[in-house]
Design a protein around this ligand. Structure first.
Ligand code: ZN
Ligand code: ZN
Length: 314
């Protein structure tokens, strides 16, 4: 496979004249990259950003982190063939992170999946997977019989994560889970991906947790959730369950100012803000998201958008 330097050398040699732009674009893809698929925190489906999901692709192996509503469509939009997905990691069982878990697998199967997908998540993954097959028994059995498809139930291998530690080791990547509080949920994990091109940590949903900074220490990229307080106060005014919702949001998420503290303590090269709460307030600008982060963190900050890509090394 040709790396970027190879493509550049080809271009400089003049041979690029024979390479179509499309082929060049494909060859220029970095060995390791992240695509932010859905950046809006919370389960509400809107016209703007999609619900939480990310994918990290190493050597053409896509690993999906969280399956908020829309993850399948966003992978397709990102040019990631669904049957190429090999691993799914769910951070916790709030529906904005798992609602499309089974359906993502199903959609990969419908698109011709023939090799297994392994999924990992807190207690409940294995049961949820069994329940999914119960829910879709009729369709799946009909298609196996009627269309000659392989039995998908054998192709989805789910595993509950009980404790912190390495959950996956391949030739390319080591994935480590780290429990972080997201009240009232305790079965909730951040994930670290050690790739040949750098270390990436996804905070998942978390309250302000200095221990997460230790877990992310020295990472090249930290993708952290964030909460913008002034907009939460506006949200509270227009929501019926406003007061209770505000209490939940403050207890279970991390304010932008505290995200800066975590990134600084971890000493990461790049901080990516995502899982925006609220994620659909048109009055909130990119500067609003970063201003309070900058009080504590002086490194590079990226405000993630749906389908934005970040190549590694950074
Ligand atoms: Zn969430
Ligand atoms: Zn959550």
């Amino acid at each position: 496979m040709m790396d970027r330097r190879g493509v550049l050398a080809l271009a400089l040699s003049g041979a690029a004249a024979f390479v179509t732009p499309k082929v060049q674009a494909q060859k220029a893809k970095a060995r390791t990259r992240i695509v932010f698929l859905g950046t809006k925190g919370g389960p509400r489906v809107g016209v703007g950003a999609s619900n939480p999901a990310n994918v990290i692709i190493v050597n053409d192996t896509p690993m999906v982190i969280d399956c908020g509503m829309g993850v399948s469509r966003q992978l397709v939009n990102a040019g990631v063939p669904l049957p190429s997905v090999k691993y799914i990691f769910v951070t916790h069982h709030h529906s904005d992170h798992n609602l499309e878990y089974g359906n993502l697998f199903y959609n990969a199967w419908a698109a011709g999946l023939s090799s297994p997908i392994q999924s990992f998540g807190p207690a409940g993954m294995e049961q949820m997977t069994k329940d999914y097959w119960q829910l879709n028994k009729f369709d799946v059995e009909t298609r196996i019989e009627d269309e000659g498809r392989p039995d998908p139930r054998k192709l989805l291998i789910a595993r509950d994560i009980a404790a912190d530690g390495v959950v996956l080791r391949t030739d390319d990547v080591t994935v480590t889970a780290f429990r972080t509080p997201h009240p009232p949920i305790v079965d909730n994990f951040a994930y670290k991906f050690e790739t040949p091109d750098g270390v990436v940590v996804f905070s998942g949903d978390t309250n302000y947790n200095p221990k997460l900074a230790e877990f992310a220490r020295g990472a090249d990229v930290l993708v952290h959730e964030c909460l913008y307080l002034p907009a939460v106060d506006r949200l509270v005014l227009r929501t019926k369950n406003g007061a209770t919702l505000r209490k939940h949001l403050l207890a279970s998420h991390t304010t932008t100012e505290d995200v800066g503290r975590i990134a600084a303590a971890a000493g990461v090269k790049v901080l990516v803000l995502s899982h925006f709460v609220p994620g659909d307030d048109p009055l909130v600008t990119d500067d609003n998201w970063t201003d309070d982060v900058k009080k504590n963190f002086s490194g590079r900050i990226i405000v993630a958008k749906d389908l934005m890509e970040l190549n590694l090394p950074v």
